[in-house]
Design a protein around this ligand. Structure first.
Ligand SMILES: Nc1ncnc2c1ncn2[C@@H]1O[C@H](COP(=O)(O)OP(=O)(O)O)[C@@H](O)[C@H]1O
Ligand SMILES: [Mg+2]
Ligand SMILES: [Zn+2]
Length: 381
């Protein structure tokens, strides 16, 4: 996979065209604009920066140039304050945003683990586990025995293994050594008690279903669109090999982050609010160096998830050094020129092609190479 991707000719953006952006005055712009005023955290030089909404934005610049200060310390709290309708009065000179009216929510999506408990799994996190439990409760045998959907949860004391309390593993404390996890002997890691495992849906127990990979589950639940849909979304982001019952804390950072994004994608598109379809619910997603730890092929899949969020009307702002991602953005905001006190300034903003032409920007020279005629990602010797 690595070799194939390195040798590939690549034209940016992969999707063919970038979404147009204009920062012209009110009424003339083709997309709403969120403006951050008086950004001054750490080394930032009292900046006023416009962020085009409903676009895919990359924040670039050398380490220490002020990217995190701008996004995490200024933009995030200012948007949160605007959404909470605090700070209705904006004392001159204080950091604040204007133009947040069309936003419903702001999410900072990082690579931290999802769910700290061993009872959290992709199926519970993404939310289709409830639907699977309903299927089990509706089987004739379950109805005969009076088992409700709750019985098929690791959190219910009736249904789960009482020894490991549904975790499937036990923590073994050892002197002088860190605790080790051992498979529960009572349920052999199946998490449920034997009565619960008597119930089968289409020939599989709930434990066997939790052991299916996403790809296998798509086939198994072919006839049930409400379960199939989130599974297909997971597969589309390259998570087809994950088992439905893998404990969430064991997902890698990159897997956890894509799982979060898929969940946002699904809820942002399919939800209803007050009976109305919430397709117009517009969120702002902030991501800090999401490609850390990702393989080139994973970066491409991440970019696809981000593009789909923007297609759905959301705004994605990504702090990034990875040129493969930056080159896909609609809009780049380049910070610099250097780190520390010598940074904290806006070097330029525009399409990646425009940023590549900036003089004095460290980002420009690298971006120019990637966007160059051949676009070949061959290691340069
Ligand atoms: N809490 C802090 N206190 C003092 N200086 C800070 C703090 N956080 C960041 N800085 C400094 O501010 C500058 C910008 O940092 P940062 O925004 O993290 O840069 P980037 O994210 O672009 O790498 C750096 O010189 C950094 O050392
Ligand atoms: Mg940073
Ligand atoms: Zn057990």
């Amino acid at each position: 996979m690595t070799g194939r991707l390195l040798g590939q000719d690549k034209q940016y953006p992969t999707r063919g065209t970038r979404r147009p952006v204009t920062l012209k005055g009110r009424g003339k712009s083709i997309q709403p604009i969120l403006t951050l005023h008086h950004a001054r955290a750490n080394n930032l030089k009292d900046l006023t920066i416009a962020f085009p909404l409903e676009r895919f934005i990359a924040i670039t610049g050398v380490s220490g140039s002020g990217k995190s200060s701008l996004i995490r310390e200024c933009l995030l709290p200012a948007v949160q304050a605007a959404l909470a309708k605090r700070s209705a009065r904006k004392p001159a000179g204080l950091t604040h945003v204007t133009g947040a009216e069309s936003l419903k929510m702001v999410h900072a999506v990082d690579q931290s683990p999802i769910g700290r408990t061993l009872r959290s799994t992709p199926a519970t996190y993404v939310g289709f586990f409830d639907l699977i439990r309903d299927l089990y409760a509706q089987t004739p045998e379950a109805r005969l025995r009076g088992y409700s959907a709750g019985r098929f949860s690791f959190n219910s004391s009736q249904g789960r293994c009482t020894v490991c309390e549904g975790a499937g593993t036990l923590k073994l404390e050892m002197n002088f050594l860190p605790p080790a996890l051992v498979v529960c002997e009572s349920c052999r890691g199946l998490r449920f008690n034997s009565e619960t495992l008597d119930i089968e849906y289409r020939g599989k127990t709930i434990a066997q279903v939790m052991d299916l990979s996403v790809a296998e589950a798509i086939v198994f639940f072919e006839a049930i669109p409400r379960i199939r849909r989130p599974l297909v979304a997971l597969q589309d982001t390259g998570l087809d090999y994950i088992k439905l019952g893998q404990t969430s804390p064991t997902l890698s950072g990159g897997e956890a982050q894509r799982m979060k994004l898929v969940t946002h994608l699904l809820t942002g598109l399919g939800d209803t609010v007050d009976g109305k379809v919430a397709a117009l619910r517009k969120n702002l997603f902030l991501l800090e160096e999401p490609t850390i730890g990702l393989h080139l092929s994973d970066v491409r899949r991440l970019v696809e998830v981000l593009q789909r969020l923007v297609d759905a009307g959301h705004t994605v702002i990504v702090i990034e050094h990875n040129l493969d991602l930056i080159a896909e953005a609609d809009w780049v905001i380049d910070m610099g020129p250097e780190g520390g006190d010598e940074g904290g300034k806006l070097m330029g903003q525009g399409s990646p092609e425009k940023i590549a032409e900036l003089e004095k920007s460290h980002t420009a020279q690298f971006l120019k190479e990637v966007l160059g005629a051949k676009n070949k990602l061959v290691p340069r010797t």
